[in-house]
Write a protein that binds this ligand. Structure first.
Ligand code: ADP
Ligand code: MG
Length: 730
């Protein structure tokens, strides 16, 4: 690309006005879930006995017979066709981190030379997509390529465009999970069972415990013209080079700032479409980095929340294009400014309330609150390394540990009040009742401003797992990740912690200890055990890294080694005992994660080498030659002494460029060689380690020189849009 083209693209981007801000006459409450076959639609489109059966299937996990499935499919088809649907697809979440779909038309021959629309129970319930092109980590050998997708009736079907989308799990012919949803659902079942049993100590009528998830999705928007002119963004989702813009986020003027018009139009459009699809969008705002934004819905049951997050990620990309943007979900699209995460707000609730909500009015409520807080901490403490493994990736590593995102050590922040409470309990006696005031009010003494209720928690942005009032917020999740990966670990670990808790409490009760005292005793024991996970200080500090290591927390920073956590005996034991994943499935997942890690860095290294040699070196050399030419001509017109004096700065630049060029060329060669060496390594883990140790750091080393060239080379020659152009135009 010539630089004139770059200026043209920048000019175009700058001129773009918002495409019309979409408007709807109806209120959001009126068009919410318009395209979702929810209970209301079920009631309307299904015979009443079928509707009742479906409710039993959804709520109580009753088996689904084929006659019911056929009747449901008939109602769905009618509803979907009224909305213009012509196709249907099973929609699943393979281990690629995206979603997969294969559309089939409703049409079939009618036997009289014409066509009719048909959609059967069998099509709804089960399909057999060819599994051979999806990652399986060796579970499915190529000769048995069959995989099954099976309907998940707890996540309602919806119409997207002209297609009826059916959320499904995806498993191999031999029954192993090839996706995120199947183990997620098992982990939710496990935590329901374990938490219900414990909740009954306090509230004997509890029937079910639900895991909730409220994700906050961060993202960047970049003008699509500028995006298209950056091969690195196009291929990898992040910029592999680019010097810092003079102004970036140092003025703190973007966060919560007024939303730019063109972005506001995008957000509105996205919100309308999301609401129509039943995603309860609530919050939108500018984030810390320029051109960075956030979107958050109201929390939902975890399985549904995960589906909605997967759906909205693909929707965001589509809607962005309509507005002339590209939506970047990469965890670190730009160096030097904040990356994007996806905070996962997690809690457990019964039909009567949230179990992490408290402190309550009665001592019983308070003990329930403390029990669930402490067992959450036990879960995170016992599997802190695994929790980190669930969010580690080649892309999220650029964000973790930088002083903008949670550190690469999982710890938990509780805030002073709850910490004090646990300290108190740790040393209290059996007979002491837990007395804890409810919310306190904060008198501000500013005229016209009402009293505020003071939350029982303060905030600590540096903590990866912070308690925020009635939930824990897991902040280490990457912006483009499937939330299910970490939710599987968290819910399974919680199920294990609660199961262990109950076993010990019941043993004491069996010995004749009064139940509440038994609970208090075990809680006290666990407060001591999981103490190392509690950390209210600055998670970014160097001192914490050392302190965390002393406490025995996982402080590993190399992604391929972090992934070993999936194979640790205590991990396998937990997943098998809780009936969520088998050893073979865990091995497969580990293998896929390593493979994905390798491929991501491999692609980065390839495109980076290409950009260096074909875009950067040619223009740097051209500019260098212009300067050399100038040096010679100066000699022609000035006496030698004057020419030498005036040429000295140019000579210095020529030399600097020569050094940078030489470094880049030599090291791109080394980068190719490092890949070659790594690729020859048979063992996947060893190969990933080689990519981590030798390939990835070289990219950063070379980048330093490219970014310095950007500061020297004539702006008119520079081929790639610069940070200041990509980040401040909307
Ligand atoms: P923050 O101040 O952390 O940025 P936001 O309002 O952006 O908060 O997002 C908070 C998210 O947490 C929302 O999705 C909200 O619905 C969710 N949330 C609130 N309470 C709970 C809860 N008990 N369990 C799970 N998620 C919750
Ligand atoms: Mg938050």
């Amino acid at each position: 690309m010539s630089s004139t083209l770059r200026f043209q693209i920048v000019g175009e981007a700058f001129k773009k006005r918002p495409v019309e801000v979409p408007k709807r006459k109806e209120r959001p409450s009126e068009f919410f879930a318009k395209y979702v076959f929810n209970r209301q639609k079920m009631q309307q489109y299904l015979p009443s006995d079928v509707y009742k059966k479906m409710c039993d299937v959804i709520d109580g996990g009753a088996p689904l017979d084929m006659a019911t499935a056929d009747a449901v499919a008939e109602g769905m088809k009618k509803w979907a066709m009224e909305l213009g649907a012509t196709h249907c697809t099973h929609w699943f979440q393979p281990l690629t981190e995206g979603t997969a779909e294969k559309h089939d038309g409703f049409v079939v021959h009618d036997g009289k030379g014409g066509m009719i629309e048909e959609f059967t129970g069998k099509q709804l319930v089960q399909q057999e997509p060819d599994a051979s092109s999806f990652p399986s980590g060796g579970i499915r050998s190529t000769f048995e390529a069959r995989g099954y997708s099976a309907w998940d009736p707890t996540s309602p079907v919806f119409v997207f465009g002209d297609t009826l989308m059916i959320p499904t799990i995806f498993i191999s012919y031999t029954g192993e999970a090839l996706d995120y949803k199947a183990p997620l659902k098992k982990s939710l079942k496990a935590v329901d069972k374990a938490a219900t049993a414990v909740a009954r100590y306090f509230y004997p009528d509890v029937k079910k415990v639900v895991s909730n998830l409220g994700w906050e999705q961060e993202y960047f928007l970049v003008d699509e013209g500028l995006y298209a002119a950056r091969p690195d963004l196009l291929m990898t989702g992040r910029t592999l080079l680019g010097h810092d813009s003079a102004k970036n986020q140092q003025m703190d003027d973007h966060y919560f700032g007024s939303i730019p018009m063109r972005v506001a139009a995008f957000m509105k459009d996205l919100e309308i479409k999301s609401l129509e699809l039943g995603i309860p969008c609530k919050t939108r705002h500018n984030e810390v980095a320029p051109n960075q934004f956030e979107l958050a819905p109201i929390f939902e049951e975890t399985n549904l929340a995960v589906d909605h997050n997967m759906l909205i990620m693909s929707l965001m990309k589509k809607v962005a294009r309509k507005h002339g943007f590209r939506c970047l979900l990469h965890e670190k699209p730009f160096a030097g400014i904040n990356g994007s995460g996806k905070h996962n707000n997690w809690s457990l609730s019964t039909d009567t309330g949230i179990l992490l909500h408290g402190p309550g009015k009665t001592p019983l409520d308070n003990l329930r609150f403390v029990t669930f807080i402490v067992e959450s901490l036990m879960a995170v403490y016992c599997h802190n390394g695994l929790l980190k493994a669930s969010i580690i990736s080649a892309t999220n590593v650029h964000r973790l540990g930088a002083a903008e995102a949670p550190p690469a050590i999982v710890s938990s922040f509780l805030g002073k009040e709850i910490s004090d409470l646990l300290e108190h309990l740790e040393t209290s006696t059996d007979d002491e009742l837990i007395s804890l005031s409810g919310k306190q009010t904060l008198s501000l003494d500013i005229p016209q401003i009402p009293e505020l209720t003071q939350d029982n928690t303060d905030r600590n942005r540096t903590s990866p797992f912070a308690f925020t009032g009635n939930r824990f917020e897991f902040r280490a999740v990457g912006s483009q990740q499937n939330c299910a990966a970490s939710m599987i670990v968290l819910n399974t670990a919680m199920a294990e912690a609660l199961t262990n808790f109950k076993k010990r409490v019941d043993a004491l009760i069996g010995e004749g200890v009064e139940p509440m005292k038994a609970i208090l005793r075990i809680v006290r024991e666990d407060i001591k055990t999981c103490k190392p996970i509690r950390f209210d200080g600055n998670g970014y500090s160097e001192a914490w890294k050392q302190e965390a290591a002393r406490r025995g927390l996982d402080v590993e920073t190399s992604a391929p080694i972090i992934l070993d956590q999936y194979l640790k005996p205590e991990t396998v034991e937990m997943f098998e005992r809780m009936n969520v994943l088998t050893k073979a499935e865990l091995e497969a997942r580990n293998e896929i994660k390593l493979d994905t890690y390798i491929k991501k860095i491999q692609i980065e290294a390839r495109i980076f080498g290409d950009i260096c040699m074909n875009h950067i070196i040619p223009v740097a050399t051209r500019y260098q030659t212009q300067l050399i030419d100038n040096v010679h001509k100066m000699k022609d017109i000035f006496p030698a002494e004057t020419a030498d004096r005036l040429n000295s700065t140019n000579l210095s630049l020529i030399k600097q460029m020569g050094e940078h060029n030489a470094f880049i060329i030599e090291n791109v060669e080394r980068l190719i060689e490092a890949r070659r060496v790594a690729n020859r390594i048979k063992d996947g883990r060893e190969r990933a380690i080689a990519y981590h140790d030798t390939v990835a750091p070289l990219i950063e080393e070379i980048r330093y020189h490219v970014d310095h060239l950007e500061l020297i080379v004539d702006d008119e020659l520079w081929p790639l849009p610069k940070y200041r152009e990509m980040l401040f135009i909307h």
